[in-house]
Design a protein. Structure first.
Length: 138
């Protein structure tokens, strides 16, 4: 995707009331890197705007502030509990906000089955583990 196409998307977003620097939007990295066409990216953006899913950034920011871990750290490929558990909780919260597993997977650069596993794990922990529930105010 070239700079002209990015500028066109930026202009289109501005007409919809969004002030975004597209090169800084981490959730677009995969699409830009994979040479997604302008039409595909515009269609994706339209879906997000129509469903008001641009607000996922707010959910991520609030959660990361709450747990005091930067989002970039949560995206790191690791199985350490101190990173993995909050990442799973954030995936769970995004799913509750109405995001599809595929959309959450793109945000975290993971597979949709990873999101499914995270959702199932957190849902079960909420039921059986009061300490876990209290830790994340769930």
């Amino acid at each position: 995707m070239n700079d002209n196409e990015l500028n066109e998307i930026g202009k289109w977003l501005n007409t919809k009331g969004f002030d975004l620097n597209l090169k800084d939007c981490f959730w677009m990295e995969d699409y830009i890197a994979n040479e997604t066409t302008f039409r595909e990216l515009a269609s994706l953006l339209k879906d997000y705007i129509n469903k008001e899913k641009i607000n996922y950034v707010t959910t991520i920011d609030k959660f990361c502030d709450f747990i005091n871990i930067p989002f970039e750290t949560l995206k790191i490929k690791t199985r350490k509990r101190k990173i993995c558990e909050p990442r799973q909780v954030l995936m769970y919260l995004l799913k509750l906000d109405g995001f599809k597993k595929k959309e959450i997977a793109l945000i975290f650069k993971k597979d949709r089955t990873t999101v499914y596993h995270a959702f199932k794990t957190v849902k079960n922990l909420i039921i059986v583990d009061e300490k876990f529930r209290n830790k994340y105010n769930l």
